[in-house]
Design a protein around this ligand. Structure first.
Ligand code: JB2
Length: 216
């Protein structure tokens, strides 16, 4: 197995999407880590990728030290926990149908899904997910471990902090800022600044409480 082959952390639905995108981009897969020996990835891509150990990177430090790694679970707090305390080389996956400006800055371990667009001078920080069909307009910043769910759109110069979830089809108007750990409900339109840790939903998006996970 080549040292360049990608190790996926997780074997659920998101991992299947990341693995297929990696293969479409011509990357080799080393395998995946998941506690569940019946995780969907092993079934859906049978013969092309196999489970090599439990979900924690501590389970296979040999593989984590040798291969580029991508977090392939969707749950943001879990992703953050998996990141903590590990030194590893992160590998990015960009689906070949995504459009990424030559002037955009793409961090380590980022996933950019089919049909997504990242425009001029945008920054996508480490371990962010720009999921299927999401749009990051010019001069935006997407924070570390932030997830733009499918078809979410950031207008030009919007800034989203770390560990945020921008839900399916949600829009953030140009220039609007969101702090760290925000959640935006599916289909929302965010028209003004959102403070760190807040959950907002609706058109226009208003702060909500007792929200569960409205985003994805
Ligand atoms: O504590 C845990 C945990 N420990 C192991 N929480 C969660 N959520 N998952 C854990 N796992 C492993 O991560 C499970 O064994 C499972 O194989 C994997 C999560 O897979 P699942 O298919 O449940 O979710 P996902 O993270 O791959 O996909 C979610 O996020 C995507 C972005 C789904 O909501 C998808 O619909 C979404 N597109």
């Amino acid at each position: 197995m080549s040292k360049d082959a990608l190790l996926l952390i997780g074997g659920g639905g998101h991992a299947v999407v990341v693995a297929e995108a990696a293969l479409a981009a011509g990357l080799a897969l080393a395998g995946f880590l998941d506690d569940d020996d019946r995780a969907p990835l092993g079934r859906d891509l049978a013969g092309r990728v196999e489970r090599l150990g439990g979900l924690s990177m501590f389970d296979r430090p040999d593989l984590v030290g040798e291969h580029p790694v991508i977090l392939a679970v969707g749950d943001l707090p879990l992703r953050r926990r998996l990141l903590e305390g590990h030194a590893f080389k992160a590998g990015a996956v960009v689906h070949p149908s995504a459009v990424v400006s030559a002037s955009a800055r793409i961090g380590a371990g980022v996933f950019i899904g089919p049909g997504a667009v990242v425009h001029a001078q945008a920054t996508v920080a480490d371990h962010a997910i720009i999921n299927t069909g999401a749009v990051v307009e010019h001069h935006c910043r997407v924070g570390v471990n932030t997830h733009l769910a499918p078809n979410a759109t950031l207008g030009g110069e919007a800034r989203v902090g770390d560990d945020c979830l921008i839900g399916l089809g949600a829009s953030v108007l140009p220039g609007v800022r969101l702090g760290d750990r925000c959640t935006v409900g599916a289909g929302s339109a965010v028209i003004r600044e959102v403070p760190a840790g807040a959950a907002v939903a609706g058109v226009p998006a208003l702060e909500i409480t007792g929200h569960g996970t409205p985003g994805a």
